[in-house]
Design a protein around this ligand. Structure first.
Ligand SMILES: [Zn+2]
Length: 402
């Protein structure tokens, strides 16, 4: 697998690189950010997501706790009722932030949990206990699901589990097994998904709208359309392959150094994220978008707020700007509103410069309230707007169509 830093970046996939980083930073401070990459085969969406595993920072957990209990906030059935002294006596250990994958043929027991057969059949000390599944084991980390549209189509039970896990931040999961008491535990897991909406069974929002809405952000991946990018991708692939064969150990060291740089950045950004809040006038701005465009999904505007702050942190800015909010609009709304509404919204916020927007929200709130159509007077008419400016659809990604 090509390491994260060597993956080619171009206009069509830049947003996914950012979302992946934003989600890792957010997960690191205990606030999940669920992201979904849609795109055709060969756009590299799963490659980017899987390669991100290599740059994950470490977390500290109670020694040997398969539920990844934070020593300062234990949550699992074994540790949640222990005193600080008892936990200190068990000790702690450092592990990589979990990154686990659910395949679209996974079973409920594997995903949520099942009875621990090894313990039950232990000849010296048989005991009925639950073995947590992939989701509880990914607590404080990431769950990756490729082809989520297929999973939602064929596995309604697992879809229901995901709805619970992604319902709140933190979410929760129930582990049930006949004859044992039901265990319900909180889980802080960021769900990353990928799918190709142009293939069977179609886009996730048409299969299970509720699950689609649980994703904070969706980005549609573009294909590389420049010759430069394509030829350097080819070169990278072949160069990578040859160099790898020749200097395996040497390259591993270089890769690890680069990964450490990412890890450092992530830890610094996470510290900054914990200190940064959205200014009131931007919160007000988001609230107005919600009301004016009749958005319905509170999750959408929560994601807009979380995303805007994370985006400003990644850009190493000390405060959040209106452009951080407007950058989020297509990512947060593509899967939640119809195309016309999205076009109207982008027209609203695009038609005025960002400086303008800040001033008007700082100073013209009153005027704005008296005149609810304030935006529309300056909006570009819909017919002047190229859909490709907002959402990358398959057509706009084919260079010949321009
Ligand atoms: Zn524990």
């Amino acid at each position: 697998m090509i390491p994260f830093y060597k993956l080619e970046r171009y206009e069509g996939n830049e947003a996914l690189f950012e979302l992946v980083m934003m989600s890792i930073v957010s997960s690191y401070v205990g606030e999940p950010l669920h992201i979904h990459a849609e795109g055709l085969r060969g756009t590299g969406k799963t490659t980017i997501m899987r390669a991100a595993r290599g740059i994950l920072p470490t977390i500290e957990r109670i020694r040997g706790c398969i539920y990844n209990c934070d020593p300062t906030a234990p949550h699992c059935p074994h540790h949640k009722n222990l005193s600080a002294e008892e936990i200190a006596a068990i000790g702690a250990e450092v592990i990589p932030m979990p990154f686990l994958e659910i395949s679209h043929s996974a079973k409920v027991g594997t995903v949520a949990g099942s009875i621990d057969l090894a313990r039950l059949t232990d000849p010296t000390h048989p005991e009925a206990q639950l073995l947590p599944g992939l989701i509880p084991q990914a607590h404080r980390g990431i769950i990756f699901i490729d082809e989520i549209n297929r999973l939602a189509d064929t596995s309604p039970e697992i879809t229901d589990i995901l709805l619970d896990v992604m319902g709140n931040k933190p979410g929760h999961i129930q582990i049930e097994e006949a004859g044992l008491p039901v265990v319900e535990i909180p889980v802080n897991v960021s769900v990353w998904a990928a799918s190709n909406p142009d293939e069977d069974p179609g886009p996730l929002e048409e299969i299970r709208r509720q699950l689609s809405d649980r994703f904070d952000m969706v980005c549609y991946m573009g294909r590389p359309d420049s010759l430069d990018v394509l030829s350097s991708m080819l070169e990278e692939n072949s160069h990578f392959h040859r160099v790898r064969q020749a200097h395996k150990a040497e390259m591993a060291e270089v890769d690890e150094k680069k990964n450490d740089q990412y890890r450092n950045d992530i830890i610094n950004w996470a510290a900054q994220y914990e200190k940064t809040d959205l200014p009131d006038f931007l919160r007000n701005f988001i609230a107005r978008l919600y009301i004016k465009h009749n958005l319905e999904s509170i999750r959408a505007i929560e994601a807009m707020q979380q995303g805007a702050v994370l985006h400003s942190v990644l850009k190493n800015r000390d405060k959040v700007m209106i452009t951080d909010v407007t950058y989020m609009i297509p990512l947060v709304l593509k899967h939640r509103v119809d195309g016309d509404t999205l076009v109207r919204m982008i027209n609203d916020v695009d038609s005025r410069g960002s400086k303008d927007s800040i001033l008007s929200f700082k100073n013209k709130n009153k005027k704005d309230e008296e005149n609810p159509d304030y935006f529309q007077q300056t909006a570009r008419p819909l017919k002047d707007m190229h859909r490709g400016e907002l959402v990358h659809t398959e057509k706009t990604l084919t260079p010949g169509d321009y």
